[in-house]
Design a protein around this ligand. Structure first.
Ligand SMILES: Cc1ncc(COP(=O)(O)O)c(C=O)c1O
Length: 360
C-alpha cells in the first residue's frame, strides 16, 4: 500500500529531537508563552524574512487576527479566491465582513489577478490571497491593484511555507501574513498551531494583545481579545522541524519532478514557470474521470485525496451567504486529484504511482 499521508512516518526522523524538547519543556515548568514560543517566533520570522512573527493557536485564528487588526467596519468587503479551503472564507465571516469571491486561473488554481479589479466596490477594504497547494499567486499585478485602490493585502500562507514568487518568499508580500502549522503542512506541528507574520511593529503589538485576552500588560485589557496562544510544546516541536524545512521542501520538489516528467499528458499537470518556486504541499493532477481514477488507484493499493471535493460556495454553511457562479472553481473541484507526496515517500514510491497511473 502506498499511503497518501502517514504522520508517524513523516515525523519519524524528528522523534529524538521532539523527545528532548518535550522533556526540557516539562522540566522548565513554563507552559504558556515562554522561551520556546519566543525562540520559534524569532526563527520563523528570520526564515521568512519578516520583522515579527506572532504565534497563535491555529491557521484559522491567524487569518481572523490578520483581519481584526485593521478594525474594518462591519459589512466591508474582502476579496478572496473562490478556489480555497473554507478557512480563508470563514475568517472573513468571523470578522463581520463580506467575502467577495474571485475565480481562479485554471492554469495555476490560484486567484486570477486579472479578475480582481472588476470585483472591487467602494466597500472593498482588503484582498486576501491564498498560495494554494504550495504555489505562490502571481503577486505583481495583485500588489499593483492593492496600491491603486489602497487595499490591505493579506496572504494565506497555510500551504506555502518556503514557496517563492520571483525569488521572494511567500509571507513577505502582504501587510499581514497568516500561516497554519496543522500537522500535514510542510511545516507541521503535532497539533494545531499557526502564526501571523508582519513587518509592522504597531500591528505586531495588536496581534500579541489579540491572542492574549486583548492584554498588552498583565491584567490590563485594552481590547476584546481571545485566548489563542501558540503552545510552548508545539513551538518547541516547530523549531525542531523548521531547521529541516528546506530539506522537506527539496524532497517534495524531487518527488514532484518525477510526476511532472513521467506522468502521461492525459493527466493535466500543474504548470511550471521560472517565476514560481513551488513547495508542493499538494501535488495534484486533473482528469475528467477523476473518481474512476481514484477508485482504480485504490484497487491498486495507492491512496489519494481530493483537495477539495466541494467548493466553498457550494457548502451548506455558505448557502445564503455567497452569491454568484464560479464554474472554474467547480471544474477544479470536480477534476482534481492529489497524489502521494509526503516527506516519507521515496522516489521508488512515486515511480510506482506513475507506472500504475500511466496504465489507467
Ligand atoms: C488554505 C488554508 N487556509 C487556512 C487553513 C486553516 O488552518 P488551520 O487548520 O491551522 O486552522 C488551512 C488549513 O487547513 C488551509 O489549507
Amino acid at each position: 500500500m502506498i499511503e497518501y499521508e502517514n504522520l508517524f512516518k513523516a515525523n519519524e526522523t524528528f522523534l529524538k529531537d521532539y523527545s528532548e524538547i518535550f522533556q526540557k519543556t516539562l522540566n522548565s515548568g513554563w507552559f504558556i508563552l515562554g522561551k520556546n514560543v519566543e525562540n520559534f517566533e524569532n526563527e520563523f520570522a528570520a526564515y521568512i524574512g519578516n520583522k515579527h512573527c506572532i504565534g497563535v493557536a491555529s491557521g484559522l485564528d491567524a487569518l481572523i487576527f490578520s483581519l481584526k487588526v485593521f478594525e474594518f467596519k462591519e459589512g466591508r468587503e474582502v476579496i478572496v479566491p473562490s478556489n480555497t479551503y473554507i478557512a480563508t472564507i470563514l475568517s472573513i465571516l468571523h470578522c463581520g465582513l463580506k467575502p467577495v469571491l474571485v475565480e481562479a486561473d485554471i492554469r495555476t488554481y490560484n486567484i486570477d489577478p486579472f479578475k480582481i479589479e472588476e470585483a472591487i466596490t467602494p466597500k472593498t477594504k482588503a484582498v486576501m490571497v491564498v498560495h494554494l497547494y504550495g504555489k505562490c499567486c502571481e503577486m505583481d499585478p495583485i500588489i499593483s491593484i492593492c496600491k491603486k485602490y489602497n487595499l490591505k493585502l493579506i496572504e494565506d500562507c497555510a500551504q506555502s511555507h518556503g514557496a517563492k514568487y520571483k525569488n521572494k518568499m511567500s509571507g513577505t508580500f502582504g501587510d499581514v501574513n497568516a500561516f497554519s502549522f496543522y500537522p500535514t503542512k510542510n511545516l507541521g506541528a503535532l497539533g494545531d498551531a499557526g502564526s501571523v507574520n508582519t513587518d509592522d511593529e504597531k500591528i505586531a503589538t495588536v496581534l500579541k494583545s489579540l491572542r492574549n485576552y486583548g492584554s498588552e500588560k498583565k491584567y490590563y485589557n485594552e481590547r476584546v481579545g481571545y485566548n489563542s496562544r501558540l503552545d510552548e510544546i508545539q513551538a518547541g516541536f516547530l523549531s525542531v522541524k523548521l531547521k529541516r524545512l528546506d530539506e522537506i521542501n527539496s524532497h517534495k520538489r524531487k518527488l514532484a519532478a518525477i510526476y511532472l516528467k513521467e506522468l502521461q499528458d492525459d493527466f493535466i499537470k500543474p504548470i511550471i514557470h521560472p517565476d514560481f518556486f513551488d513547495v508542493w504541499h499538494i501535488f495534484n493532477v486533473r482528469h475528467p474521470k477523476r473518481d474512476d481514477l481514484k477508485d482504480y488507484l485504490l484497487k491498486k493499493n495507492i491512496k489519494t485525496e481530493i483537495h477539495y471535493p466541494i467548493p466553498p460556495h457550494k457548502q451548506k454553511a455558505m448557502q445564503v451567504i455567497i452569491e454568484g457562479e464560479f464554474p472554474i472553481s467547480e471544474e477544479i473541484h470536480n477534476t482534481t486529484l492529489s497524489l502521494p507526496i509526503s516527506f516519507f515517500h521515496t522516489e521508488d514510491d512515486i515511480y510506482k504511482v506513475v507506472e500504475v497511473m500511466n496504465r489507467f
